[in-house]
Write a protein that binds this ligand. Sequence first.
Ligand SMILES: [Zn+2]
Length: 524
Amino acid sequence: MILATLLALAGQDPLAVRPDSVHPRHDALHYDVALRLPETGTTITAVVAIRWRLSSAEPIRVDLDTTFTIQAVSLDGARAEWSRQGLQLYIEHRRAPGDTAVLVISYSGSPADGLVIRDGVTGRTYFADNWPDRARKWLASQDHPADKATVSWRVTVPLGLTVVANGTRTAVDTTEYGASWSFEMPEPTPVHTMVVGVARLAVTELAPATCTLHCVPVTVLGYPADSAWAVEGPFRRASEMVDFFSQKFGPFPYQELRHVQTSTIFGGMENSTAIFYDERGWSAHRLSEGTVAHETAHQWFGDAVSQSDWHHLWLSEGFASYSGALWAEHTRGGEGLRETMQQAARRIRQTPVRDRPIIDPDESRLMSLLNANNYQKGSWVLHSLRGLVGDTAFFAGIQAYYAAHRHGNALSRDVVTAMEKASGDSLDWYFRQALTQPGYPILEVTSRPVDGGLEVRLIQVQDSAWGSFRIPGLQIRINGTLHRIDLDRRDVTRVLPVDRADRATLEVDPFGWWLLEVRMAGGR
Ligand SMILES: [Zn+2]
């Protein structure tokens, strides 16, 4: 009974909800993938061995597109009974909970998506592009971020091409067919970041940064014509970024990092150890250092610490976006930080999703989660939190959160736990407001001179569907002097001790710690 009550309560925690329609069944521990990519045509052949820890008698469920012909399915070396229902294969087993078993699936076919094979100006390219659940379009897998696993690759390709994949390259062997490239990724990573990429690529190892913490090799792999610009441009400080974020968050989670020009549909995609960038933006010299910082930070947040449920995507995109702002602060000072945050604020004000909360259980389309709530507003959640608890507690909390969940998963509740411990403050109210309430405060501000100073009235006039907001210690600068007002309800009036109240110049939140809109009304 007690257990049932606790579970019911846990189910109600809005910061730990898991609205995804599918949840992992058994635990995939390791993927061993042998892949042969064709010189002509688009038919691939794959042998995927998955080592599982089984949690129940339920069949093993594996996602794989129906376009593939399955040649064989075995479990621990014996022919397995299996069935197919749409995009899922169900494999029977007779193991006890806790047992491990190795499932091997051999298949071939032409991927409709997920692994894109193209003949372009630079020749033939093959690039995986998995986000959010498109790995199943080519890779037999349990395609959900809550189930991370290690991966090893053996990719056989025609001669003359360069292969990248997650982890460290362990061998390149010449075979009768071409060349077989092997990679090992010893750290568990979500399936949507398990990738291979193959093309004619110019490889440039960047000079190491004056590195203080965890130095790793950083390499740029671009199409030969576009490579020199990239190395001198957006990737010029890519090594320094690894060191900077290592100091801010904790050591870089992997052994090395590659930045790759690819056919991804995204501007950048944070695949673990092998970040893929859109070839068009790269070729047209539109790829910015800010994008590189964002994708690099994802190696910590998104890859090493992954959301357990897609609806907590801000843990990935909000963190990466705020990391971009931190990089702007590092390179351009307070002005760089302010500019980045104001740009994010403008974006949020313009988007229809401002009427929805960041954690939005009603949104079931995963692609639609790539919105200004999870990116820009998620970034503001961290920025305001930093203003609220101060730099020391904020970065200690981020580091504790990273250390606790590195190579694992997290929900929003885990950030609250780490931040409360680091700051000593109760922050549940803050995260509920920031993550489960739509919108932001719109303040109508009036002031008038009275006996003893200036009377300042703040009224929250935002749409009532957004609710009302709490901002403790909101800064008000009057004639250059800082005052604080606790905005703890919809309508607050305070008299502030101000000289020359008749000629007061008033600024609300002058350092821009809060996402809000201020409307000054008469009397100033
Ligand atoms: Zn991102």
